[in-house]
Write a protein that binds this ligand. Structure first.
Ligand code: MNH
Length: 460
């Protein structure tokens, strides 16, 4: 650290924090425990970087768009495994998402798994994605025939879990064969919630046993999820290696150790369905609120797909407008609402906050995505923001739904292909209307998801 930076540290005012700070407890009043990232977003007026405290723990939040853009500068910052992600290691160990930057298994697994996300691999997933779409439409046809509405987030979750299970590991979860939520999802939801608590508790000055008690609960859910992963591996081994060409096979023929393979499976089964499910649900929400956009998207599907029941792989990327609808939904409701970044060296963030090497801050995607540079009404749904001429006219770096840098989302192309395909299938088959009284509510666990959102379907 140079003398001048040290001097600046002394001259920097303390970070702003929410009003009504309570001694010892901290800033709890400013937060709704069940919607932390929405609470943080609401505090953006405090300044580009603010802090909040909770039982002795300090969280630094970058909400100002320029501060978030700075945090995405890979030369100064890198991914940080923040408190809740660290706790997620109880479920996901050293799998890709939960691995530390310098953990050898990250680079190793990343290199082994990259081929599972190549164009060639995506072509194989294409027909599986249609198989699952058929199960979804069979369910929805049935509901429509009975005049019932559909629970969008629940069915989107069925669809994306089924898709990732079959594409990544040849494992059908049977999500459409049961009215119950799949036990894997039950344990995942409870596990994710528990990890959030464990992450927060470990930072506080409360005695260690408090966090450990919360940990024990999470371990129960982790064991159930690990059993699912182990069963998937056992299934594959029984059939013998060499007959499949998927992510699981890539791992099993590699020298990754068995415990890491189990963790990777958990990572992919969780990261690979929950985020896409939420994003798909938000896209359907916006389509139901904007009939003009739905009509335009439907016309595009008709034109590009024609009569083909199962158009080729290439016909998905040609659905430019459907893609814009999805991009815009992810802009307004980024299902991963924030990510952690740590300083590579001592540095000053946004001119207001000195960070020592290794210090971290939470980068909020939601505020970045609603920066005035998006146009006069940043909160309004307008897919044409993603028309090429408008993308070119905007500064780069204002859109980060998939994170940033080498630790950004490995499943991005997978998610985009799956989501655009599903939206097209649904648009072509149904007119979808929401209850006119429905007010969008956003549920938060690790990711965002519309709450209690139902659609009425009219087959076309
Ligand atoms: Mn995904 C990392 C968002 C779909 C697998 N994903 C990330 C990150 C974001 C993200 C943000 C970076 C987090 C961080 O910096 O800490 N992911 C999404 C969104 C969707 C999504 C918004 C869908 C929409 N992700 C998918 C799918 C898969 C997947 C589908 C798997 C098939 N994601 C991952 C993995 C990582 C990741 C694995 C961790 C990558 C790494 O660190 O190497």
């Amino acid at each position: 650290m140079t003398g001048t930076t040290a001097d600046r540290l002394r001259s920097l005012p303390p970070l702003p924090h929410p009003g009504r700070r309570i001694p010892v407890l901290g800033d709890v009043l400013a937060f709704k425990a069940d919607s932390p990232s929405q609470s943080m977003t609401a505090l953006v007026d405090l300044g580009p970087v603010f802090e909040f405290r909770f039982l002795g723990a300090q969280y630094v939040v970058a909400a100002g768009p320029d501060a978030v853009v700075e945090l995405c500068d890979e030369s100064r910052f890198r991914k940080h495994v923040g408190p809740d992600i660290e706790a997620l290691r109880l479920l996901g160990g050293d799998g890709l998402f939960t691995a530390y930057n310098d953990e050898p298994n990250w680079q190793k697994a990343h290199d082994i798994l990259m081929p599972a996300f190549s164009q060639q691999a995506m072509r194989r997933y294409h027909s599986i994605m249609f198989d699952v779409a058929d199960e979804l439409t069979a369910r929805w046809d049935d509901r429509a025939a009975r005049g019932e509405t559909v629970d969008v987030s629940a069915d989107a979750t069925r669809t994306t879990l089924e898709t990732i299970g079959r594409c990544a590991a040849g494992h059908p979860f049977g999500c459409f064969q049961s009215e119950q939520t799949h036990p894997f999802v039950e344990h995942m939801v409870a596990g994710l919630k528990g990890c959030d608590q464990v992450g927060a508790l470990r930072q506080t000055f409360l005695p260690k046993f408090v966090a450990r008690r919360a940990e024990r609960k999470v371990r129960g859910h982790a064991a159930a999820m690990h059993a699912v992963a182990d069963q998937i591996v056992a299934e594959r081994m029984r059939g013998g290696l060499g007959h499949h060409d998927d992510l699981l096979e890539l791992m099993l023929v590699s020298d990754l150790d068995p415990s890491n393979i189990r963790y990777q499976l958990i990572n992919f089964l969780v990261a690979g369905h929950e985020t896409t499910s939420g994003a798909l649900s938000f896209a359907l929400y916006f389509l139901s609120q904007h009939p003009g956009a739905a009509e335009r998207a439907r016309a595009e599907v008709d034109e590009v797909w024609g009569d083909a029941e199962r158009p080729d792989f290439e016909h998905i990327a040609k659905l430019r407008y459907v893609r814009r609808v999805f991009d815009e939904a992810l802009r307004l409701h980024p299902t991963v609402p924030a990510f952690y970044r740590e300083a590579r060296e001592d540095t000053v963030l946004a001119g207001v906050h000195l960070m020592r090497k290794g210090d971290w801050a939470l980068a909020l995607t939601m505020t970045l995505h609603r920066d005035p540079r998006w146009g006069p009404e940043p909160a309004a749904f307008d897919p044409d923001r993603f028309a090429p001429e408008n993308v070119r006219a905007r500064p780069a770096g204002l859109y980060k739904p998939f994170g940033t840098g080498p630790r950004s989302c490995i499943g991005r192309q997978f998610a985009l292909h799956e989501a655009v395909l599903l939206l097209a299938v649904l648009l072509r088959r149904y007119e979808m209307t929401a209850d006119p009284d429905y007010q969008l509510q956003v549920a938060e666990r690790l990711t965002l998801m519309p709450k209690d959102f139902h659609l009425a379907l009219r087959p076309l």
